[in-house]
Design a protein. Structure first.
Length: 612
């Protein structure tokens, strides 16, 4: 009973620490990861409320397992094959180059034995998958170019832990008795992977089909957990990492029709277990080791992070990453990783170095993890302003009745009506920030330049019944309209117009429908103002409709006779004997610069026709 009470008390402490620390650190701009680490550090080493941080860490590592499974769900085998050069090319180069560099530094700093230096160097060359991917996820940058490159390097690092662990018996002071064990372990690992491929191909989908027919929601959740933990355990028994097993299971299910259901079921477990993992890292920090070796730590941690950042930056540049992307990757992966804990513990048990050295290395890795969110924030000061950020173009699942190009405020409002009616809408936009922002609200937007024919084709324009051009720059809108009308003359083109002059230009092009971006909102605003002044709803509506009718009549006249036509229509009285304000303001009016999606007042001050 006492053990149960202690368990509940520890759980309550951890949950309370997460609830307090995460919002505070998020508000300070330091990220939730640093908040979880701080909470674990206070609860464990400082206040000493929880003493078994390493045991909690063993359970919390399931958060990494679930994280890798969800990542695997997003990576179809075909896409993974396309990334093979980055994974095995740049990934292997990063591990080898960083490992050798850090091993040489370890020897220079006085580490005894090249075997110990080699394990230390390659152990510190591994970065934290959990920290890096969580930071990418919080920023919504997992699918950016630098996010994909970071993931490729991390994936190879996770694979590298297997040969590194196999290397320990060969470097140990006493060689293993059975010299064939390494080869046997290799065969067992291959057999386990092949078994998972067979199970994923022939068992998992039929299993989920059977469970789905029963309609038992809890059974689907249980099945999802069983698949993740079962695949992780299978590869762990084969000598591989649990995270790698979960990732492989996710890849095998990435093309399943149950992918989104699995993702929704696993996501809550992933979030809470990852938070527990970061707190457990703080709990397991040995304060005594820190105090005894603080001078070494103060030197080793900055040196580790600086060396890794420089090597990773150079490798990314060698892989033709732009400067900004290389900086982001370098400052994201400059810490030590959780697999370093495993490697250093195994090396200590094999006698390659002492347990005191292993504890010191674990502290160095932990401190570097804690500094990662801060280092990631520094990337903005090292980047240049000359490059537009791009996201890898991925149009899987694209192709709907409506192809919308541009997803600023106008497009967002228009798409809601279409989606509410049950229509599918394929949206493409060329702003990485807008795509990340939309993703945080659950919108799937495809990254692409709507002025390129191949992008429109890949986005499914040949299947679209309507092409909705909702870009907010008139010159880009015209370019897209001209491209669509020349290459896809059968497509119906609906266009967001910038102002009156742009409307006339679009009508001359023969688009199927256009509307000025501020026309209807301005009419509604004026109508509501009249109602607030005491006018009846019917009278205000009649005036609004009359203004709209006269505006349309003037547009038709201007299209035929030029911009100067129809000026006398501005001052005609509406249905009620109330004189509206002229639609052209005096020339002395100061120019007011409006925001991104508005315009027209400046044109009035310059003597040009009004926007609306």
């Amino acid at each position: 009973m006492a053990n149960t009470h202690a368990l509940f008390s520890e759980a309550l402490l951890l949950l309370g620490g997460a609830v307090l620390a995460a919002p505070i650190f998020k508000r300070l701009g330091l990220g939730t990861i640093l908040g979880y680490l701080a909470a674990g550090l206070v609860i464990g080493p400082i206040l000493n409320y929880i003493r078994d941080g390493e045991e909690i860490l063993g359970v919390a590592e399931l958060g990494i397992v679930f994280l890798l499974f969800l990542i695997g769900l997003e990576l179809q085998p075909s896409r993974l094959w396309q990334m093979r050069r980055e994974i095995f090319g740049l990934g292997s180069l990063q591990v080898v180059a960083t490992g050798i560099t850090l091993a040489a530094l370890a020897l220079l700093l006085g580490v005894e034995g090249w075997q110990a230096a080699l394990i230390i160097g390659f152990g510190l060359a591994l970065s934290s998958t959990a920290f890096a991917l969580q930071i990418l996820d919080e920023k919504g940058e997992t699918n950016t170019r630098y996010g994909q490159r970071s993931f490729s390097l991390l994936l190879f690092q996770d694979l590298a832990i297997v040969p590194l662990l196999a290397l320990i018996p060969l470097l140990a002071k006493q060689a293993p008795e059975d010299t064939t064990s390494a080869f046997q372990d290799f065969l067992v690992a291959i057999a386990a992977i092949l078994s998972m491929l067979v199970i994923g191909r022939y068992v998992l989908n039929p299993l989920f089909q059977i469970i789905a027919r029963t309609g038992a929601r809890e059974a689907m959740i249980a099945a999802a957990l069983f698949v993740v933990l079962g695949s992780a355990t299978l590869l762990q028994y084969a000598g591989l990492s649990m995270a790698m097993g979960a990732f492989l299971a996710g890849v095998l299910l990435s093309e399943s029709s149950y992918r989104h259901e699995l993702e929704a079921d696993i996501e809550p477990f992933r979030g809470i277990l990852l938070a527990l993992f970061f707190m457990a890292v703080g709990l397991s920090l040995d304060i005594d080791v820190v105090f005894r070796n603080y001078q070494i730590i103060l030197i080793a941690v900055p040196v580790l992070m600086l060396v890794k950042a420089i090597v990773i930056y150079l490798i990314c540049r060698l892989g033709r990453s732009p400067h900004n992307d290389a900086v982001r990757v370098a400052l994201l992966l400059l810490q030590g990783g959780e697999f370093g804990f495993v490697l250093f513990t195994a090396a200590s048990a094999a006698g390659i170095f002492s347990s005191a050295v292993a504890s010191l290395l674990v502290v160095i890795v932990t401190v570097s993890m804690a500094l990662t969110p801060i280092a990631s924030l520094l990337s903005r000061y090292l980047m240049t302003e000359d490059a537009r950020e791009e996201i890898e173009e991925d149009f899987e699942g694209a192709g709907s009745d409506v192809l919308m190009i541009g997803f600023s405020r106008f497009g967002q409002i228009a798409s809601q009506i279409l989606l509410a009616s049950g229509r599918d809408v394929t949206v493409i936009d060329y702003s990485a920030d807008r795509i990340r922002q939309a993703a945080s609200f659950g919108f799937r937007i495809y990254f692409g330049d709507g002025t390129r024919k191949e992008v429109l084709r890949t986005a499914g324009i040949e299947r679209a019944k309507i092409v909705a051009v909702c870009t907010h720059k008139a010159d880009i809108t015209d370019k897209i309209v001209d491209l669509v009308q020349s290459e896809y003359p059968n497509a119906r083109v609906f266009v967001r117009s910038y102002d009156r002059i742009h409307t006339l230009s679009l009508r001359a092009r023969g688009v199927d429908f256009e509307v000025r971006e501020t026309l209807e909102s301005g009419l509604l605003f004026g109508r509501k103002a009249l109602e607030a002044l005491g006018m009846s709803d019917e009278e205000a509506l009649a005036i609004m409709n009359d203004i709209r009718r006269r505006d349309e009549a003037r547009l038709v006249l201007q299209a035929a006779e030029g911009l100067a036509a129809g000026r006398d229509m501005l001052h005609s009285r509406p249905v009620r004997p109330v004189r509206p304000e002229p639609l052209i303001k005096p020339r002395h009016t100061e120019q007011v610069e409006e925001d991104e999606d508005e315009g027209g007042i400046g044109a009035l001050a310059a003597g040009r026709p009004t926007a609306d």
